[in-house]
Design a protein around this ligand. Structure first.
Ligand SMILES: Cc1ncc(COP(=O)(O)O)c(C=O)c1O
Length: 398
């Protein structure tokens, strides 16, 4: 590093808070910057639906704009959206939340996650989470003043986190468990029994559980278990849900948190000073999604399932062993046969074969040796990507 750069970096260290300096830039971002500079790439990279939002949902928002609904809403979100969310959670999972006190409408699960952690953590509190995990989890904990504690998971156990492994990492600083199933980046789904075991650990040690259930609707041949619905943990659970994935609404930036009143009140305090209210037109669209979007969800899930079966079989056939993911829209194959790190593999695959996948190391140490392939893309692209990856793996196989 040149003297000027060292000086610059020193200055920056002083200007920027220690918490922010601790964060490493998202491994995914770096990769997408490279991707953006290339043409004709098949992308299995970005974790979002390839569908546009169903038109009747968008149209509801357009109509609201025409009518001039462009003001702030209540901090907590439109009453109708909170009622619809409560109705939905009760209908789907049999769990009751009071719409005016136990539900907060947020700018996606992203904001809800940040609020949840800031509302419950004191400096140095530990939050236990699986490794690998969604890129924002550890960073959000650090930003909230907490310390992330990793629980390794592995392909042998289908990347499910074990309650005993969680319990073994509980210290007197432990404050919460953060889980997200169906999982990004692995597509893992936890069975009800295994979640029950985690619920028991949480109860025994009086820990909060932050449960990110953004992929709840994207499950294949299995049922989603809503963590808050397990016996005796409702009072300890902050349930996070959203519209981005199931309704193809990533750009609308809308989601929610459901939790006991004391917690939602605390989260609302932060939300009202930092965000005010979630985008009004997105709230209108979310109401429409909950009221009439069910057939769209079912159709998209069926389609993702078709692609899932093809990519998982394809990856296994070409020498990228992959457990069967039962949720979300990711496959997480091993690339160990090439002897490359996941970052090397992804960069070489991108430059040599123009296929974008995300290095597993972006999601934690246990993601090393794997890459994330998002199959929310056309079947034709999936098939072409498999052909190119086959050539690549054959070339580099050790
Ligand atoms: C596991 C997980 N949680 C949360 C989010 C963010 O969701 P939202 O768009 O609702 O902010 C994502 C987005 O990729 C995700 O994969």
């Amino acid at each position: 590093m040149s003297a000027r750069k060292i000086e610059q970096s020193r200055k920056q260290q002083k200007i920027i808070s220690e918490r922010v300096n601790r964060l490493s830039p998202s491994g995914i971002r770096k990769f997408f910057d490279l991707l953006a500079s290339m043409e004709e790439v098949i992308s299995l990279g970005v974790g979002e639906p390839d569908y546009a939002t169903p038109w009747h949902i968008s149209e509801a928002a357009v109509r609201s704009l025409e009518k001039g609904y462009t003001m702030y809403t209540s901090n907590s979100g439109m009453p109708e959206l909170r009622e619809e969310t409560a109705r939905y959670l009760e209908e789907k999972y049999g769990i009751k939340y009071e719409p005016f006190g136990e539900i907060l409408i947020t700018v996606g699960v992203s904001e809800a996650m940040d609020l949840a952690l800031r509302a419950i953590l004191n400096p140095g509190d530990e939050v236990i989470m699986p490794d690998p995990h969604y890129v924002a989890y550890d960073s959000c904990v650090i930003l909230a003043g907490g310390e992330p504690v990793m629980v390794p998971t592995s392909q042998e156990n289908n990347f499910e986190v074990d309650a005993g492994d969680i319990e073994a990492r509980i210290t007197d600083k432990a404050r919460a468990i953060l889980i997200g199933y169906p999982a990004n980046p692995t597509g893992a789904v936890m069975s009800r029994d295994k979640l029950l075991a985690i619920a028991e650990v949480a109860k025994r040690h009086n820990l909060m559980v932050v449960s990110d259930e953004i992929y709840a609707r994207l499950v294949y041949g299995v049922e989603h278990t809503c963590f808050a619905g397990l016996p005796g943990v409702r009072e300890n659970t902050i349930l996070l849900g959203g519209f981005s994935k199931a309704y193809a609404m990533t750009g609308w930036r809308i989601g929610y948190a459901a939790a006991p009143k004391e917690i939602i009140t605390a989260m609302t305090k932060i939300h009202q000073y930092t965000i005010m209210s979630a985008p009004t037109m997105a709230q209108v669209a979310a109401i429409e999604a909950l009221k009439t979007g069910e057939p769209d969800v079912l159709e998209m899930v069926e389609d993702y399932n078709r692609r899932r079966l093809i990519i998982v079989k394809g990856l296994n056939d070409i020498g990228m062993p992959c457990f069967e993911p039962k949720g979300a829209f990711y496959a997480f194959p091993s690339i160990k046969s090439t002897g490359m790190t996941s970052e090397e593999f992804s960069e070489k695959l991108l430059t040599e074969e123009k296929v974008a996948v995300v290095p597993g190391s972006a999601f934690g140490e246990c993601g090393e040796g794997y890459v994330r392939c998002c199959y929310a893309t056309s079947l034709a692209d999936i098939e072409e990507a498999l052909t190119r990856m086959k050539r690549f793996v054959k070339k580099y196989k050790k």
